[in-house]
Design a protein around this ligand. Structure first.
Ligand code: 6PG
Length: 231
């Protein structure tokens, strides 16, 4: 099931999502353990990340991890790790620990074991996962038609998987990816999909139709999630 949270403005959406994430992460650290929040890159979450910087949370006990990464170095303008570090890790949130996916390996496929070792140190299932959506129906780096997509949807998939997407306007040049597997996302305690604009709303509505084979639709068949939308 998709639980729709529809807002009139992006500002209100960010405020609503911020409250929900604070509640999930706060409850987790309130149990006296580290909390884990896996977040998407792209561009949509930037205002949420900036807003989260002032959240009153025990950030020193919170692990931030990436949902996915383009296989580019940290100093590349398309690095998701740099995007998250630059927008989220300030003010109160500066004391959070960020775990990225990029390694020194030339190819993402060669790095899978090392990245899974990194992620094994994080609290799983994740306390919350923040997803985005592409115009092609991808979420995380689960791209339609990607090499590695079926392995990424395997019921026994490890937490992190490597994929190579078909090049498109959505992927840009960065077709080589590391991503959370569908299982790692589906197992999370809470999943929120953050989208803006009427075009993405239509993409999602179409993808949620039972006959759709798009990755976000397949994930929806595995678990329910919250949708946060504003025009
Ligand atoms: C990535 C992202 C990806 C993103 C969507 C939406 O690395 O490409 O993590 O899954 O969430 O592509 O991207 P926008 O927010 O830029 O529209």
């Amino acid at each position: 099931m998709a639980n729709w949270h529809l807002f009139d403005t992006r500002k209100e959406m960010v405020a609503g999502l911020k409250t929900a994430i604070i509640e999930k992460l706060g409850a987790a650290v309130g149990q006296g353990r580290r909390a884990s929040w896996a977040v998407s890159g792209g561009s949509t979450p930037a205002p949420l990340f900036v807003a989260m910087q002032t959240a009153q949370l025990e950030w020193g006990n919170i692990d931030i991890a990436l949902v996915d990464e383009r296989w580019v170095p940290f100093d590349h303008p398309r690095s998701n790790e740099a995007f998250v570090a630059g927008n989220l890790l300030g003010r109160n949130a500066a004391s959070a620990q960020l775990t990225g996916m990029k390694t020194e390996h030339t190819r993402a496929a060669e790095a899978v074991d090392d990245v899974n070792l990194r992620y094994a140190k994080l609290k799983q299932p994740f306390d919350s996962v923040l997803l985005g959506l592409g115009a092609d129906g991808h979420t995380a780096s689960l791209f339609p038609g990607a090499s590695g997509l079926e392995a990424a949807f395997d019921a026994d998939a490890k937490t992190c998987v490597a994929l190579t997407a078909l090049r498109s306007d959505v992927t840009g040049d960065e077709v080589e990816r590391m991503s959370l597997s569908a299982k790692a996302i589906a197992d999370a305690r809470h999943v929120a999909l953050m989208i803006t604009g009427y075009a993405k709303k239509q993409v999602l509505e179409a993808a949620l139709a039972p006959a759709s084979g798009l990755p976000i639709g397949r994930l929806h068949k595995m678990r329910s999630f919250d949708v946060y939308w504003a025009p």
